[in-house]
Design a protein around this ligand. Structure first.
Ligand code: ZN
Ligand code: ZN
Length: 414
């Protein structure tokens, strides 16, 4: 296990004991979040869960290891059913490098609306071990990036690039979120089933290390969509335009902050010169400075620049209001992640300033090729954000360290 950070521990957040974790699932915020996967139509979700349950019961099913997070911060490899080949369009892949998502720490600590226990892991590079008869572009032995969202590639949403809203699967179908994501399994396992191999998998470009690209399946692509679509227009009229990326504004936030650092790296790679990253944790600010961007303390918000491009990664309504207050007239603010049922937003100020507020999830698969191109050409180096690399055998210990230290991004390799 190799750690490349020696900063002090300042952001310790305790794991919620089981009874508190389950009690928290009954709060209005958690209940409204739990209803979201049932948004469209309950039927496909029920069918999916029935199908999984039937598969688990099938006699003679082989077993494999899968890393399971249980309440109280318990993490261990468990014996779980091995997935079968998911139909003629599917593939089986063996994860070789798995990254923690910024949500994983909060999940492992029982501090999200996603019920534990669950099989962890949703950002990975993998090797293809088996393919269905109808698969044409992917071959056994290929090294591929796996998007965390399941998408078919041919429904109306997928064709429009909204792969996170694929209509062929139940809403929010994704790996590593347990029953909330639809029980597609976790990447911290010997095998992962990919139902639409041609549509979902993207071959790893030559010269790109699996450990460097492990986070492309989620956080790195999420960071990309926060800044990349808006920068060309912005920089064409003002090459010195400010970009303000606000991470966690309290030092005890259970979420980690790799995404704000990737967004800063990507903004720089695409030509932005004035980039500020705000985060409550000294370790994150130090990492931002080492990447050559300005690092700011959230407590001194009067010193934040007012920027035409802002990113709210705070995860709180209060944080969103603060970021909106620092969004310039005619600016664009992306609110990256919040599962709060509601928030009060200063509407009149937004109206007069003509601010565009985007609230929503990323469509990872649609931008994966652009992100991998930035990496293959050496303009983006996500490995500079990694704080810990460990082998699969040491995964429980490494993830415990990830939960209780100053970790930003942990990569686990098979
Ligand atoms: Zn994620
Ligand atoms: Zn689709």
């Amino acid at each position: 296990m190799t750690a490349n950070t020696a900063e002090s521990t300042e952001s310790t957040v305790r794991a919620r004991p089981g009874f508190l974790h389950y009690a928290a699932l009954l709060t209005p915020n958690a209940l409204s979040a739990a209803r979201l996967p049932l948004d469209r139509d309950v039927r496909p979700r029920v069918d999916r869960i029935t199908e999984v349950a039937r598969g688990v019961r099938r006699a003679g099913r082989r077993r494999m290891r899968g890393l399971v997070a249980a309440p109280g911060g318990r993490l261990r490899w468990r014996s779980v059913p091995e997935p079968g080949l998911p139909g003629p369009e599917g593939a089986l892949v063996r994860p070789i490098a798995v990254a923690t998502c910024d949500l994983d720490r909060a999940m492992m600590l029982g501090r999200t609306p996603f019920p534990l226990p669950l099989h962890l892991g949703h950002e990975c590079v993998a090797e293809v071990t088996d393919i269905g008869d109808a698969v044409t572009s992917i071959h056994v032995g290929d090294r591929v990036v796996v998007p965390f969202q399941i998408s078919c590639g041919r429904c109306q949403a997928c064709r429009a690039g909204f792969t996170g809203s694929c209509r062929s699967v139940p809403p929010a179908a994704m790996y590593g979120f347990g029953i909330t994501g639809g029980l597609w399994g976790g990447a911290l396992a010997d095998l992962l089933a990919v139902p639409y191999a041609d549509a979902m998998l993207v071959p790893l470009p030559g010269g790109v290390e699996p450990a460097a690209a492990a986070g492309v399946g989620d956080n790195i692509c999420d960071a990309y969509r926060q800044v990349a679509p808006h920068l060309p227009g912005l920089l064409a009229t003002d090459p010195d335009a400010e970009v303000l990326i606000v991470g966690r504004i309290d030092s005890h936030n259970p979420l980690t902050s790799s995404t704000p650092l990737y967004a800063a790296q990507i903004a720089r790679a695409l030509g932005a010169r004035n980039i500020s990253v705000v985060d409550g944790r000294a370790a994150v600010r130090a990492r931002a400075e080492s990447l050559g961007v300005r690092a700011l303390d959230p407590r001194r918000h009067r010193s934040w620049p007012t920027a035409p491009l802002t990113v709210d990664s705070t995860g709180t309504p209060r944080g969103l209001r603060r970021v909106l207050a620092h969004t310039a007239p005619d600016g664009i603010c992306t609110c990256v992640w919040s599962l709060h049922r509601r928030a009060s937003i200063p509407l009149a100020a937004g109206y007069v300033r003509n601010v565009t507020l985007h609230v929503g999830r990323s469509h990872v698969r649609a931008v994966m090729p652009d992100v991998l191109d930035l990496m293959a050409t050496g303009r983006l180096r996500p490995e500079l954000v990694t704080t810990l690399v460990a082998g699969f055998d040491d995964a429980p210990e490494a993830l415990r360290e990830h939960c209780h230290g100053d970790a930003i991004k942990t990569i686990l390799t098979a």
